[in-house]
Design a protein around this ligand. Structure first.
Ligand code: ATP
Ligand code: MG
Length: 337
């Protein structure tokens, strides 16, 4: 998209080898769609990944693997800017500025921090994990993004971004675009197949309900076939009373493009087994070419690295301009004239 189009920005963490189905349906599919209408910037957020312990060898491999998966999912380097966050040092630089704009109480209200620090034990949580939403604010504001495609779990962070952008603009003069979340309601929260009260997550406590895109398709098919539903037998969308079944209907609808009322009709009187088996087959059919494309991108590291290098260069040009404007407004003395 031309650079006078509205901007989109989003990022995904290389915290695991494979993306999961929630990442794909909730976020990555929207990245692909927004390439058509927006000047889109997408990044692998390695600086966010290190807010929790990472093995260096794995982190490096997972970062490249993340980029390969994004390309395999349909990101086109001709139509969007794809890069690695740490290749653009302005993220850390504006991140510091934004830290200095945020109230301690304000940061303490972020529920993602509460959830994540509880998962690893509050004593082990780092200050980086506490301030990661603020780095995310910088990620978004650097690109003057209008739209931020994310899942529901990120809504509060986009609210924080809007608050801080407005605060900065009010104090120092108009500098940042106020972004809006781009959240597609139907797929904004895909749930764990074994625990339909928890969001599907890379860092899930147990892998049993987690559908990883790069797992052996047979393993994923089995996970669908043994998904938790309920003791009833009726296939009906009802998030409160039937969260497991509703989650399966959401996934089916998203992968096939069939409306949920039509699915309810199709499965009337058929029982959960039929729905689960069909969904397992649908997923396998969808994911198999995705595996092939990911393998192709990984098998050609030169092309992958060159896509990422070009992306970083384009991203840096935009980010440097915004950072310079922010530093100037703050009253920092320019290093050179
Ligand atoms: P982690 O557990 O390490 O935070 P994650 O699974 O939440 O990993 P992220 O890289 O943090 O993955 O998120 C990438 C994008 O995927 C974000 O936009 C997030 O909102 C979205 N997302 C994550 N999980 C889901 C889900 N279960 N349903 C819909 N969207 C999701
Ligand atoms: Mg997350």
């Amino acid at each position: 998209m031309a650079s006078d189009s509205p901007r989109a920005l989003s990022g995904i963490q290389p915290t695991a080898g494979s993306f999961h189905l929630g990442n794909y349906l909730g976020a990555i599919r929207q990245y692909v769609a927004l390439q058509e209408t927006h000047d889109a910037f997408y990044m692998v957020v390695d600086l966010h990944a290190i807010t929790v312990p990472q093995d260096p060898v794995e982190l490096r491999a997972n970062t490249r693997l993340a980029a390969a998966q994004l390309l395999a999912a349909g990101l086109d380097p001709e139509r969007c800017t794809l890069f690695i966050q740490s290749h653009v040092p302005e993220h850390a630089q504006l991140g510091w500025v934004m830290n200095c704009m945020t109230g301690f109480g304000e940061a303490s209200r972020m529920t993602q921090f509460k959830d994540k620090s509880a998962k690893q034990g509050a004593d082990r949580a780092t200050v980086g994990l506490f301030t990661y939403p603020i780095l995310q604010v910088a990620d978004i504001l650097l690109y003057q993004a209008d739209a931020v495609p994310v899942g529901e779990d990120q809504r509060q962070h986009i609210e924080l971004t809007r608050d801080l952008a407005e605060r900065f603009n009010t104090r120092y003069g108009p500098t940042f675009t106020i972004p809006a979340p781009h959240i597609v309601r139907e797929v904004a929260k895909i749930y764990d197949l074994q625990d339909p009260s928890a969001k599907m997550s890379k860092s899930a406590a147990s892998p049993k309900g987690l559908v990883n895109l790069l797992d052996d398709p047979k393993v994923s098919a089995k996970k669908f076939r043994s998904a938790v539903t309920d003791t009833d037998t009726v296939i009906r969308y009802d998030e409160k009373e039937k969260p497991g079944v509703s989650n399966l209907l959401t996934i089916h609808s998203a992968l096939t493009g069939t409306g949920i009322p039509e699915l309810e009709e199709r499965y009337e009187g058929k029982g959960y087994g039929a729905l689960k088996t069909d969904l397992a087959d649908i997923f396998v059919e969808w994911v198999t070419p995705f595996h092939e494309r990911t393998r192709e991108y990984l098998g050609d590291p030169e092309t992958l690295d060159s896509v990422l290098a070009k992306g970083a260069e384009k991203a840096r040009a935009v980010a440097a301009e915004t950072l310079a404007a922010a530093y100037d407004r703050l009253g920092l003395v320019p290093a050179k004239h």
